[in-house]
Design a protein around this ligand. Structure first.
Ligand code: ZN
Length: 367
């Protein structure tokens, strides 16, 4: 037997199912609603956080923008300043360039003036030397030409031995020439005055007799002017521009100071300035080692004079040259007998200096 289900029952069942479904749906949708609400409120909180962060970021961005703007302005200012400085620098550079140019021109002018002054100084020395010489020259030599002539010359004094030499010359009534050393003369001005007062010529040799004077033209002329000044001071007269080089014009010692061509250049300059430098054509060789004794010195000088009727003889009045004062009387006596006339540079003439140049005794050219 089967269960008979009426339409009513069916309807009821359907309605119950419907109700059930509805209720379950209602429960479900309520639960969903509650969850969604919760989520929504969480989202809202998150959103408001994000909003806060966003507004913070906006503020920060604003600050950065302000800062960046101010940097931009500063950079622009710097650029402007840089441009201005560039221009200023350019102007200054131009100014410096102009000043440099002016300085160069001035330097050139100074150089030209220096050269002019040097040439004036050169001319002044030359004119002064010529004037002194003209005043110094004798118009006529004290000996007629054609006579045998000798100039006795003594270098490197004054020393004690000079006094002995002066005695011998006085005894034999002859006069001579003394090329003196300035620093010795300063110690014995009395000997220099006595020499001059007894009729001898006193001329410059060197102030120091130190070969370092041959380092440069300046060192040489400084030394020469110094000894000339010493003579001027002691005798009260400007000495003539006639001197003898320390070591002679052809000395080689100077090469280690001024070089190989120093004496050739110096002698040329000295001549151009109107000086006369006196060499010799007979030497007593009394500075050689060993020194000659009385007999040898007499022999050397007398043989040297042989066949020469125009002699400039070189001696050294230095204390250690003791043979000098023994040989000198013999030499003078013999030369007198041979007919020599004794001359000095004190009454020299231009013609005589010219003759000395021809004979290679004065202003010789040095190679
Ligand atoms: Zn000397």
């Amino acid at each position: 037997m089967g269960v008979k289900i009426s339409t009513f029952q069916l309807n009821m069942l359907g309605a119950m199912i419907f109700i059930l479904l509805f209720v379950s749906y209602g429960i479900n949708s309520f639960t969903v609603n509650v969850l969604a609400q919760k989520q929504l409120s969480e989202f809202e909180i998150e959103l408001s956080d994000i909003n806060v962060q966003l507004s913070e970021l906006a503020t920060e961005l604003n600050e950065w923008q302000t800062l960046s703007n101010s940097y931009k302005e500063q950079i622009q200012l710097f650029m402007q300043q840089k441009e201005e400085m560039k221009e200023e620098l350019e102007v200054q550079n131009q100014d410096i360039e102009k000043k440099k140019q002016k300085l160069l021109e001035k330097q050139k002018l100074i150089e030209e003036l220096k050269q002019k002054i040097e040439s004036f100084e050169f001319q002044a020395i030359k004119i002064q030397n010529q004037r002194t010489l003209t005043q110094f020259f004798s118009r006529y030599p004290s000996v007629p030409s054609g006579e045998k002539t000798i100039f006795l010359t003594f270098d490197d004094g004054p020393m004690h031995i000079t006094l002995e030499v002066l005695e011998i010359l006085k005894e034999h009534e002859v006069t001579a020439t003394f090329f003196i050393v300035g620093n010795l003369a300063e110690n014995r001005p009395d000997i220099v005055r006595k020499t001059y007062n007894e009729g001898h010529a006193v001329l410059a040799h060197t102030y120091t007799h130190d070969y370092r004077i041959y380092t440069s033209f300046d060192t040489f002329y400084e030394d020469l002017h110094k000894v000339q000044q010493v003579i001027h001071n002691i005798l009260g007269k400007v000495p003539p521009p006639i001197f003898r080089f320390a070591g002679g014009a052809g000395n080689h010692v100077s090469r280690q100071y001024g070089g190989r061509d120093f004496m050739p250049r110096l002698t040329q300059d000295v001549k151009e300035k109107g000086y006369y430098y006196i060499e010799w054509n007979v030497s007593a060789r009394d500075t050689s080692v060993p020194r000659p004794d009385k007999d040898l010195m007499t022999q050397i000088v007398l043989e040297g004079c042989y066949n020469k009727d125009y002699v400039v003889a070189l001696f050294h009045d230095i204390n250690s040259n003791t043979a000098l004062v023994k040989a000198l009387p013999l030499i003078i006596t013999e030369l007198k007998e041979r007919g020599y006339v004794f001359r000095t540079f004190r009454d020299i003439t231009q013609a005589e200096l010219n003759k000395m140049q021809r004979l290679g005794i004065a202003n010789t050219s040095v190679q």
